[in-house]
Design a protein around this ligand. Structure first.
Ligand SMILES: CC(C)(COP(=O)(O)OP(=O)(O)OC[C@H]1O[C@@H](n2cnc3c(N)ncnc32)[C@H](O)[C@@H]1OP(=O)(O)O)[C@@H](O)C(=O)NCCC(=O)NCCS
Length: 150
């Protein structure tokens, strides 16, 4: 598997996966295209491929010492094969290279797969946002420290 910066040729695959992975709040084609084109200065998109087949994407925003993992998703047929782990490692390297000290994210309280994934990856809960999502679900705020060479 490989992870690389996304380019405009990846936009359709990213948008398709957004619809599957985040059905309540998918990112739109114009939003993704703008980000992939580099017109959102703080945000970077990464894609994972197996061979030349798209298997997942991540989006991370870095502002000074804080990196925020905004998106991470794996195509359904490739889950539990290490795709998100590889994306997260690349996100971590990017955050470290940008000088970030902490990697933060928000996850739905009912997203058991993601909570298990992040717990295994060493994230710790630092806050809760009650009824954060439109359907009333709480957000859990997780953090992991960014250290060079990890
Ligand atoms: C959460 C998600 C990104 C995980 O992606 P993935 O590529 O399947 O994750 P990995 O294969 O790298 O999993 C690494 C480890 O995380 C844990 N994990 C991942 N998915 C899990 C699940 N469904 N149940 C329990 N543990 C899980 C396991 O420990 C796993 O290791 P193992 O397979 O050897 O047991 C994926 O389920 C997904 O795309 N979900 C929809 C989008 C989403 O919710 N994103 C996060 C939003 S905050």
């Amino acid at each position: 598997m490989s992870v690389r910066p996304a380019d405009l040729g990846d936009v359709d695959a990213i948008v398709d996966l957004e619809l599957v992975a985040f059905p309540l709040d998918p990112w739109s084609e114009p939003l993704v295209a703008e980000g992939v084109a580099g017109r959102v200065p703080t945000t970077s998109y990464l894609v994972a491929e197996r061979g030349s087949v798209f298997v997942g994407h991540a989006a991370v925003s870095v502002v000074q010492e804080i990196a925020e993992l905004q998106r991470i998703a794996t195509v359904t047929t490739a889950r539990r094969t290490g795709v998100a782990s590889a994306l997260l490692a690349a996100v971590h390297d990017h955050a470290a290279a940008c000088g970030a000290e902490r990697l933060l994210l928000e996850v739905r309280d009912d997203n058991e797969a993601a909570l298990a994934f992040y717990a295994g990856a060493g994230f710790a809960e630092i806050a809760r946002r009650p009824r954060y999502y439109r359907d009333g679900t709480d957000a859990v705020v997780l953090q992991r420290f960014v250290r060079m060479g990890e």
